[in-house]
Design a protein around this ligand. Sequence first.
Ligand code: FB9
Length: 492
Amino acid sequence: MAELQLAILQALSVAPIDDTAVSFAGVDPNVLQGALSSLASRSMVKFASIEVDFWTLTPEADEIVEKGSHEIRLLDEVTKSLDGLKLADVGKVLGAAGKLGQLRAFKNGWVKKEGDKLVSNVSEKPADATAKDLKTIKTTGTLGDAKELAELRKRKLVIKGKLLSYKVEKGSEFALEIKKLETDLTPEMLLNGAWKDMSFKPYNFNAEGAPTRSGALHPLNKVREEFRQIFFAMGFTEMATNKFVESGFWNFDTLFVPQQHPARDLQDTFYIKDPIKADPPADKEYWKNVHEVHEKGKYGSIGYRYPWNADESLRLVLRTHTTAVSTHVLHKLAENPGPARFFSIDRVFRNEAVDATHLAEFHQIEGVIADYDLTLGDLIGFMDRFFKRMGVNKLRFKPAYNPYTEPSMEIFSWHAGLNKWIEIGNSGMFRPEMLESMGLPKDLRVHGFGLSLERPTMIKYKLSNIRELVGHKVNLDFIENNPAVRLDEDLV
Ligand code: FB9
């Protein structure tokens, strides 16, 4: 760098007049710019960069400049023979240039076809504009007629280049030698006064800080954090969701999902091969209650009346919903029952067909509220308040079915952007067969609701395919550089 800087200073010192050009061809433009910037930061030079487009000829164009354009050479050959040039001879006479020349000679109206021959269609030889323009470009690096230049570029006869030049002048501190500049003022210099005889590099307050590479929160985690803050603000406690593998007992039977339910089929649920089954739950009373409520009915329910199978209940699955987690937590609550609010946001797994918006796993957001004598109206009112916190109003509720909640409701909100109602979640009152089996008192009602984390995140970041959000095709630049998220801003 220092050598280059000295060469620049040397060139400046011997330049007798303005606009004396000195070429630094072959020097990396970034290195040259760096050398000039460093000299300018010491006020030794002043400089401005100038970028000019220029054009160079391709080898084909060089041949045209030397021999004339393909079209004029074809016209010459046609004009040479009195009765014209046989079409079959064009290639022999002019080679590859013949075909190209033929096209343009026809286009220019210079030749016409008579039988199997080409004959001249002009009374006198026209100007060879192509060759003339290429000669101009060869000598000046450009052409005044932008349309013709574009045509030559389209014919691949010229190549665009960028000429980077700098207008450099002597600065107030110009010198032929580069003084060593101290970059750091040290305590010692201040104490012993050495700073008085030193030159310091001026601070460049316009310099941008070096970009510091750091980690980046995935958009899903940004949206997840927004939901967590809403739950905390509404008095919820987060559930521990670190168990991906559950037994059928906790994932289905405790939720009053019958053992024949299609959700328990292989095409919907991932079963674990090894180990093949879980230990029975420690709470034997619970195990007995669940068995009875399925097989014979209990707590006022007539049950499903099928032979409930203990081994089926102990098969291990990848949890299909975080409601399995809610069951563990509510079972624990039964030890000391009372009003409580719990939430969870974590991965669940379903062996379903994947498409642009569904994968074999997603993050489920789930909330459960336990309180005495809760009603469906309380659930509807809560959902209104919950979604209002993310700017989603105007909800509609549609009767639905879940094995573990009755009544159940799908939740819809009006999406102004899509101009339609969209499903934003599911909810319901947990059934007595589920709650009383775990020992919760009759009058302690629990309602729950769920939605996915991916859907609001895709809407928020305007993604149409879930593979832009998760998986091996994700654009890491998008992960590192995406805006912070506010759920209550133009989400739905
Ligand atoms: O998330 C969903 N949609 C959604 C959610 C939020 C949103 O923006 C936010 C408002 C700001 C936009 C859209 N859905 C549920 C609806 C659909 O996307 C649906 O096609 C996909 N569903 C998943 C299940 O599909 C296999 C979303 C997921 C879902 C569905 C039901 C529950 C949880 C997740 C549940 C439950 C539940 C019910 C009762 C008691 C306890 C839990």
